[in-house]
Design a protein around this ligand. Structure first.
Ligand SMILES: Cc1cc2nc3c(=O)[nH]c(=O)nc-3n(C[C@H](O)[C@H](O)[C@H](O)COP(=O)(O)OP(=O)(O)OC[C@H]3O[C@@H](n4cnc5c(N)ncnc54)[C@H](O)[C@@H]3O)c2cc1C
Length: 85
C-alpha cells in the first residue's frame, strides 16, 4: 500500500457520490442520475449542489501539492458562481 493513497471517505458514502475506491466525484464525472439540478454541475461541485471538493480526495485529481492548491483556487470561483445563481 502507498502511504496517503486511501481517501478515507467512508463517512461520506451516503452524502456525496463517490467512485468505487472512495474518491469524490465532481463536475462532469457525476452520473446524471445522481445530479438533482437542471443546470450542469460547476467545476469541483459534488453531487450535492453547493458542496465542493478539491485536492487528493477528488476523483481525477493529480495527487500533487500544486494540483490541490490550483483546484482550491478554481473552486473559489465556482463558489462565487454558485452564490450568484
Ligand atoms: C508520502 C507522500 C509524499 C508526497 N510527495 C509529494 C511531492 O514530493 N510533491 C507533491 O507535489 N506532492 C507530494 N505528495 C502529494 C501531496 O502531499 C498531496 O497531493 C497534497 O498534500 C494534497 O493536498 P490536499 O489538501 O488535497 O490533502 P491533504 O494534504 O491530505 O489534506 C487533507 C487534510 O484533511 C484532513 N482530514 C481528513 N479527514 C478529515 C475529516 N474527516 N475532518 C477534518 N479533517 C480531515 C487531514 O488530516 C489533512 O490535514 C506526497 C504525498 C505523500 C503521501
Amino acid at each position: 500500500m502507498l502511504v496517503g493513497a486511501e481517501p478515507h471517505t467512508e463517512w461520506l458514502c451516503d452524502v456525496v457520490e463517490l467512485d468505487e475506491r472512495g474518491f469524490i466525484l465532481t463536475g462532469r464525472d457525476i452520473p446524471q442520475s445522481a445530479w438533482p439540478e437542471s443546470r450542469a454541475p460547476l467545476p469541483f461541485e459534488t453531487s450535492v449542489p453547493g458542496v465542493f471538493a478539491a485536492g487528493d480526495v477528488r476523483y481525477g485529481s493529480v495527487k500533487r501539492v500544486a494540483g490541490a492548491v490550483g483546484e482550491g483556487s478554481v473552486t473559489v470561483g465556482s463558489v462565487h458562481r454558485y452564490l450568484q445563481v
